[in-house]
Design a protein around this ligand. Structure first.
Ligand SMILES: NC(=O)c1ccc[n+]([C@@H]2O[C@H](COP(=O)([O-])OP(=O)(O)OC[C@H]3O[C@@H](n4cnc5c(N)ncnc54)[C@H](O)[C@@H]3O)[C@@H](O)[C@H]2O)c1
Length: 259
């Protein structure tokens, strides 16, 4: 059995670094015509150079997922170039911490605008195209925070819980057009979003003790899931939240198995 993605056209958001960069490079290596979106031009330039060096297929746009006009431009240019959109991966996301009593409104709005509204705007822009095609795959980045949140994560966790529930609603709405919509709950993958691997060892140990597999996740763990969900192999999976967290809190005290 093989995952066959070549010839698909896929838009990925938040590709400048971290998990999104790994996702778009993996898809491109699998033959997907990729369109990458980010707000950081320097990162996009670097990515574009890496694509050229590897001979990969990609178009890159400086686009803020909170901006519906910019999104329309990206989608129009994609259609002009490739004529279709088979896959949308809403990966762009931001963190924002603070206990509710003192949480600045700006942080609340920032998390909800990028993580939730940005995803909604991206979906809205591709739905008519996917409906015309009678085919589409939409994959949304939730988080383990949508399953069990941390203290001080009200803004982030509620935005990601929103992603999970939004994805289920959209799956229901788009089922008749053979469009699947899923979300995934990534666990702890060290990136510039969380700086996990730079924490003092004691704090790292505390976090690792919550994981059944007791090791950090890797960006490729997510990229491989995206390839599977985008492929025909996952054609009967929709409306679900997939947990990719190394079994975070699968049992109450995962650490006990290591003692
Ligand atoms: N790393 C983890 O352990 C983890 C865990 C759970 C969920 N996630 C989710 O995975 C996704 C990627 O996280 P990461 O760790 O790679 O983060 P990251 O900070 O390394 O990368 C996020 C990317 O999104 C881009 N971005 C931010 N705001 C944007 C906007 N308004 N429009 C377009 N692009 C924007 C950033 O420029 C950056 O390139 C996020 O949605 C995050 O919430 C990550």
């Amino acid at each position: 059995m093989q995952i066959e993605l070549s010839g698909m056209v896929g838009i990925v958001t938040g590709v400048g670094k971290g998990i999104g960069k790994e996702i778009i490079m993996t898809l491109a290596r699998e033959g997907v015509k990729t369109i990458g979106v980010d707000v950081n031009q320097e990162d996009l330039d670097q990515l574009s150079q890496e694509f050229s060096e590897e001979g990969l297929d990609g178009l890159f746009f400086n686009c803020d997922v909170r901006d519906s006009k910019m999104i329309t431009e990206v989608v129009n240019k994609t259609i002009k170039e490739y004529g279709r959109v088979d896959l949308l991966v809403n990966n762009a996301g931001v963190a924002g911490n603070g206990e509710v009593e003192t949480l600045p409104e700006e942080i609340w709005d920032f998390c909800h605008d990028v993580n939730l509204k940005g995803m909604y705007l991206m979906c809205k822009a591709v739905i008519p195209i996917m409906k015309r095609q009678q085919f589409g795959r939409i994959i949304n980045s939730a988080s383990f925070a949508a399953i069990i949140p941390s203290i001080g994560s009200a803004a982030y966790a509620s935005s990601k819980a929103g992603v999970k529930q939004f994805s289920r609603v959209l799956a229901g709405e788009l089922g008749p057009w053979n469009i699947t919509v899923n979300s995934y709950a990534a666990g702890m993958i060290p990136t510039t979003l969380n700086h996990f691997s730079e924490l003092p060892q004691e704090q790292q140990d505390r976090l690792l003790d919550s994981l059944t597999l007791r090791r950090w996740g890797e960006k490729k763990d997510i990229a491989q899931l995206i390839c599977f969900l985008a492929s025909d192999l996952a054609g009967y999976i929709t409306g679900t939240l997939i947990d990719v967290s190394g079994g975070k809190y699968a049992t109450q005290f995962p650490k006990a198995a290591y003692e």
